[in-house]
Write a protein that binds this ligand. Sequence first.
Ligand code: ADP
Ligand code: ASP
Ligand code: MG
Length: 416
Amino acid sequence: MARLVMKFGGTSVADIDRIRNVAHHVKREVDAGHEVAVVVSAMAGKTNELVAWCRAASPMHDAREYDAVVAAGEQVTSGLLAITLEGMGIDARSWQGWQLPILTSDAHASARILDINGAELIKRFKERKQVAVISGFQGIHKDTGRITTLGRGGSDTSAVAIAAAIQADRCDIYTDVDGVYTTDPRVVPRARRMDKIAFEEMLEFASLGAKVLQVRSVELGMVHKVKIFVRSSFDKPEDIDPHGTPPGTLICDEEDIVEQQVVTGIAFSKDEAQISVRHVPDRPGIAAAIFGPLAEASINVDMIVQNVSADNATTDLTFTVPASDYQRSLDVLGKSKSAIGFDRIDGATDVAKVSVIGIGMRSHAGVAADAFKALAGRNINIRAITTSEIKFSVLIDAAYTELAVRTLHSLYGLDK
Ligand code: ADP
Ligand code: ASP
Ligand code: MG
C-alpha cells in the first residue's frame, strides 16, 4: 500500500469523457490498495477564458478579485471528478483551497504556499479510504482569508506541496505528453523522452520555458524530496500493468543518474521582450538607476548586456523582460529618463530565448562555442548571450526559434 498524489492538467480533464478516463486512472490505484489524493486543473481553456473576462471587465482590475474569478475553473473540475468517482462507487469528496486549508502569501496571482494541513485527508484515508479531490492552483491568504492563486501552471505546485504535506510516496503528474523530453516534442518530433532528469536540470528546463512543470513545483520537490513522476493521462487505464513501470520521467537527484550527457536538452521561450537603453552615461550608479525602478515595479529582468564605452562617456545597455511586462517597463523607464540620462529606448517583442541545458557543461569547455558556430551556419543572428554553470541562453529573432531549436537538438546528438 502506498500513498499517492495524482495530478491531472487541463487537457486531461478537458471534457466529461476525459474526466471519466481520469476517474478510471484513480480507480486503478484505489483498487491496487493505495491511498489517493487527486489534484486537478481547470478544464482546458477555462483559465484563459476567466482571465480574459477579468481583462474585459477592467484592464486595471484588483488582483484579489482576479484570483476570486480565475480560481473558479478548478472548483468546477474537482466537483465533477468527485461526482464521477462517486458514480463509480468510490468514496470521494472535493476540497477547495480554503477548505483544507492551503495557506499562502498575499502575492495575489502568484502566491506562494506557506502551509497545508493534511491531517484531515490522512484521517479520511485511514478511516474510510476516501479519495480526496483537490482543486489545484488556489489557496487562501493566511491573514485575510482571501482566495489566492499560484500563477499560471500552478496546479503542479499544489500537487507537489500536497505530496509533501501528506508524506506521499509519489507525486504522479499526468499530462498530455508521456514524460519530459529533450525538448518540446511538439516542436521537434525527434525529441527523446528521458527516463530520469536531475532536479537542477528540471529547474532550468522549467524556468527557461518548458511548461511541462511549473518552476515552483520543482523547487518544492527538491526541498521536500518528493518523488515526482511525469506521465501521460492518455494511456488507457486498463492497459497499465499494475506491477510494471509505465512510460514516464522521474525527477531525481543528480547522483541517481548513471549516464550523464554533456547536454541534456533544449528549452525555449517566446515570452521575451528586448529593451535597449541608448547612450546612457558610463558612470557608477547607472545600472542601479535603470534596474532599481524596474525591480520596484516587480519586473523580472533576465539577460543583461552592457558594452564597454568606446568614448569613455556613454554606452548602451540591453536587457530582456517578460513580454507581458514590456509596456510597463517602457513606462517605468520613461518616468526615470532624467535620473538615468539616456538618449532613447529601442525595443523589440519579436524575440525568443533558446537555452541549452546540461549538468555535464560544468566540466566541459566549448559547448557554447559549438552552438554559436551552428547558429551562424544557419544565418541566425544572436542578439544577446547569457551563461551559467549548467546552461547558456541566446536571444534571437522569434521567427528563427524552431530552426534554432532543431539545429541545436541535432548538434548535441539529442535526435532519436
Ligand atoms: P498540463 O495542462 O497537463 O499542465 P501543460 O500544457 O502545462 O500540461 O504542459 C505540457 C506541455 O509542455 C506539453 O504538451 C508540451 O508541449 C510542453 N513541453 C515543453 N517542453 C517540454 C519538454 N521538454 N518535455 C515535455 N513537454 C514539454
Ligand atoms: N488552470 C491553471 C492554468 O491554466 C493552473 C494549471 O493548469 O496548472 O494556469
Ligand atoms: Mg501545466
